[in-house]
Design a protein around this ligand. Structure first.
Ligand code: C5P
Length: 315
């Protein structure tokens, strides 16, 4: 029996109009770095947290795959096939068996090489945007599976919120806690730091015995999140990579001091740095601390943000 013809059979699957996806930056509330593995990655024990500093990716139908951009890093970020956005689009198209055609446009607010996983965020946004544009209809878990091959932080940016990360960071499970909004100040540095270089510096400091004691388990941080008290969370924040980032960029010491002098409950280097993040007691404190930090000349820009926020989403 032949099936009846339906008008939609002649239409391409997926969205005809532009698809706009917003994706957050990540910080690590706890970043425990274990030993270097044989595959060149370090074993991690981390608590990821998505904050309200966003990039936006728009996907339109096209006859080829192209990428344009505006905002942070324009002119610096390569827009060729080495770009994680295009690598993500190719990876999804290969997985789903569709042609990798789209016109992608990126609006960046997350600084390059800042320790906020901006490149990984853009890759996550590309997976979600192309999945909607092409009508490939993958689940979040399937997208996170493709994401893991693109970078250790990419699966978290598909999910967002607050989540535990293990393995090299790609194994993500959500932290279930009563909803609480935390207020942060993000101090963006002049220039970036290379993540592999910061890991190498940490290995060097550890070999020399000057890296400080490793953080260990995430238990104290998870207990602090449940208490919903910013002063308690402040005392539990920690980052094993901070010593290495400070060793490569000693000026970050002054940024951390200035934030705490301005009334932040705690300041830490975000991921591999050089961005520093500060926990504030509330929203107005975060705004005031951001203004003071910007005026103190200890960073390129400072802005208030909150978390947790969702991962890459069509808006
Ligand atoms: O996974 P991703 O591509 O973001 O990692 C970039 C680099 O950071 C890796 O090549 C590796 O040098 C370092 N890295 C690491 N351990 C991790 C994650 C990243 O050493 N868990």
């Amino acid at each position: 029996m032949t099936e009846a013809w339906r008008p939609e059979d002649d239409q391409p699957r997926g969205a005809s109009g532009p698809v706009r996806v917003r994706v957050p930056a990540k910080i690590n509330l706890h970043l425990g770095v274990g030993p270097l593995r044989r595959d060149g990655y370090h074993e991690l024990n981390t608590v990821y947290h998505a904050i309200s500093l966003h990039d936006e990716l728009t996907a339109r139908r096209g006859d080829t795959l192209t990428l344009t951009m505006e905002g942070e890093g324009t002119g610096e970020l390569a827009l060729d096939d080495s770009n994680l956005v295009l690598r993500a689009a190719h990876a999804l198209a290969g997985y789903a068996g569709v042609p990798p055609y789209a016109r992608l446009h990126l609006r960046k607010q997350i600084p390059l090489a800042g320790g906020l996983a901006g490149g990984s965020a853009d890759a996550a946004a590309a997976l979600v945007a192309c999945d909607a544009l092409w009508g490939t209809g993958l689940s979040r878990d399937e997208l996170a599976g493709i994401a893991a091959d693109l970078g250790s932080d990419v699966p978290f940016l598909i999910h967002g919120g607050t989540a535990l990360g293990t393995g090299r960071g790609e194994a993500v499970s959500p932290v279930l806690a009563r909803p609480t909004t935390w207020h942060w100040v993000v101090a963006v540095a002049e220039g970036g730091l290379s993540t592999p270089e910061v890991y190498r510096e940490l290995d060097r400091l550890r070999d020399a015995g000057t890296a400080g004691a490793p953080l260990g388990s995430t238990d104290a941080l998870l207990a602090a999140l449940r208490q919903r008290d910013p002063a308690v969370l402040a005392a539990a924040l920690g980052n094993d990579m901070q010593a290495a980032a400070l060793s490569l960029r000693p000026a970050l010491g002054a940024t951390l001091k200035a934030g705490e002098a301005a009334g932040a409950l705690a300041g830490i280097v975000s991921g591999s740095g050089p961005t520093c993040v500060f926990l504030a007691a509330g929203e107005s404190d975060a705004q005031r601390i951001a203004t003071e930090l910007a005026a103190a000349g200890v960073c390129r820009a400072a802005r208030a943000a909150h978390g947790p926020v969702p991962g890459a989403r069509v808006v």
